[in-house]
Design a protein. Structure first.
Length: 81
């Protein structure tokens, strides 16, 4: 799980907006909500299709930047996984 989180955070994951070496014309739209590009920030903080899980597990998280408590607080990091 740590590897998958690192991939998403570094923009090298399965998320639609993370470019792939084998797909020259990727569809960047989030397949869950189809409203925005599926970036790490969108998937964790803004995707309406993921709101229920986010409200249950990450309700106090409002940022995924380097200074966010999500990277230093074990319960939040576990919830992210």
């Amino acid at each position: 799980m740590a590897g998958r989180i690192h991939q998403m955070h570094s923009a090298k994951s399965y998320l639609a907006a993370h470019h792939s070496w084998f797909d020259e014309n990727p569809v960047l739209t989030c397949p869950q909500c189809r409203t925005d590009q599926e970036t790490f920030c969108h998937a964790m903080l803004y995707c309406p299709a993921r709101s229920r899980a986010r409200d249950l597990l990450l309700q106090e998280v409002d940022s995924v930047d380097a200074n966010s408590p999500i990277w230093t607080e074990p319960p939040l990091l576990k919830a992210l996984g």
